[in-house]
Structure formats: structure tokens, C-alpha cells
Design a binder for this molecule. Sequence first.
Ligand SMILES: C[S@@+](CC[C@H](N)C(=O)[O-])C[C@H]1O[C@@H](n2cnc3c(N)ncnc32)[C@H](O)[C@@H]1O
Length: 272
Amino acid sequence: MEDIIRYLHDRFALNASIFDETFLERTITNRMNFSSCKSTGDYLIQLNKVPSEAVSLIDSLTNSYSEFFRNPLTFSLIKQVIFPRIFEKKDTLYNHDIRIWSAGCAAGQEAYSLAMLALDYIQEHQLTTSFRIFATDISARQIESARNGVYDLKAVYNTNQGLLNSYFTVKGQSYAISERLKKYVDFSCYDLLDKNTIAPPSSIFGGFDIIMCCNVLFYYKPDIQKDILNKLSLSLNMDGFLLTGEAEIAIVRNEQNLRQFVLPSTVFMKRA
Ligand SMILES: C[S@@+](CC[C@H](N)C(=O)[O-])C[C@H]1O[C@@H](n2cnc3c(N)ncnc32)[C@H](O)[C@@H]1O
């Protein structure tokens, strides 16, 4: 594994040593099996011989899979429990916009799902409070797709017909996000491991009411997970909500500044 880590670093400036070891081993083993390589030595030869194999390995290590309303239970909690709390507080106390961060947003599926829910909530309750979603990813390619906002049927599979009618235009086999919805989401490239900032520069100051960071943490080693969680909790408002993926609940549970909101959900609150 060390040799492959060194190869990725030297040839592609990719630091694979920060990834979770099990994930790294599983991914490399899958690629080795796919290429019919019996040893890491054979696989290194393959990587040097077939340029497309290196691209496939890097793609597997930097998984960008996402879909709209990926974890329906989490989105249901946002609608039923989190929005009522956050919108009520903003309406009565500060009258500021609600600030949401989709951290590791891939091609924007999560950010647009949040935007649809928030817009529907505002309309349904005839609220004057508005919201802004800052959506970031390390991959410039993903951010470009997110700004483009065109998806296939598989990506929108969990989206109900009402939302599809209101916020998408169907073009042949593809579903394009409406310009009306795009206005609420600000996409930018940002590395969650950036040591110089606690929040994306596009958001100016952080101060988020809700952060969604799903299916990102588990790719990293425990000390890197800790750095990311520390950043997220620093940029979260007091009583703000952090939402993670199902597979990441145990990782976030260890974070001292956060407490699980309802057991056994993916929702955490910043401790006072
Ligand atoms: C598996 S996708 C998850 C997308 C979405 N959050 C979801 O749950 O469907 C993980 C995303 O995190 C991004 N990512 C991984 N490491 C990152 C980092 N250090 N900073 C910013 N984004 C990162 C990847 O580029 C990828 O688009």
C-alpha cells in the first residue's frame, strides 16, 4: 500500500495517506481485482502501463456519488423538526436570513434538496425570513456540474412529483434545476482540510444555522475526521444543527462540542 500511496503522491500530488485505511485497502483491492493483478507490485506495473487505470483509481478514492434527498429520514427531520425551530428563532429574534452550508456537496444534489425544502417551508408558512445555502466541494469538476444543475432520472428518484414539477424542467432524459431555485445556492470550491480558514471564504464569516456534511468523513483517518469536525463545529452557530451520513453517526458522537439531537439519528446540535 505504501508504494501505491507514494506513486499517487509523486505522480498526481494526491495525498492518499489521509484516507481511512480500510477504505483505502478496499478500494485498491477492488481495482487490483478488476485489473487481474495478484500483488501490489503487479498493480504498480499496471498503473504505470495503463494511464486510464490511474484515473479509475483516483475516481474511486474521490467518490462523488450523490442523489437528491439521499437519506429521506434526515430530510424528513429537517422539514418536521429543524426548520420549525430555526425559522421560528430567526423570525422572532434576529430577523436575519438562515445560513446553511452543504459541505462536500458533490454536484449539488444535497444543496438543491435543502433549497427546495426551505422554499416550500417558507411558502407554506407564509414567512418573511429568507435563507442562503453555501455549497462547497474540493472538486472543481463537481462544482461546475452543480452550477449547471442538470441530472439524470436516477439522481432525482427520491424527489416527489410536486417538487419535480415546481423546481425542475424536464429536457428529454434530464432534469434541469430552475433558475428560481439556483438563486438561493452559492457554489464554490473549498477544501475542508484547509488549515487557514474555519468556513468557506464565499460565506465570509461562517455562522451557520445548519451544516450538512454527509458521506465525507468516513473516507478519512480519525485525526483528519477530527480536524474536519472541529472546523464544522467552530463555524456552527450555538444551537445550530450538524447533519451527517448514517455511516458517520459514531464518528460525530465522539465530538465533545456536539450532542446527538434524537437517538439514533444523523442530527447533532452544538452544545452551549
Ligand atoms: C460521496 S460524496 C457525498 C456527497 C453528498 N454530501 C451526499 O451525501 O450525497 C463526497 C463528496 O465530498 C467531497 N470531498 C471529499 N473530501 C473533501 C474535502 N477535503 N473538502 C471538500 N470536499 C471534499 C468529494 O469531492 C465528494 O464530492
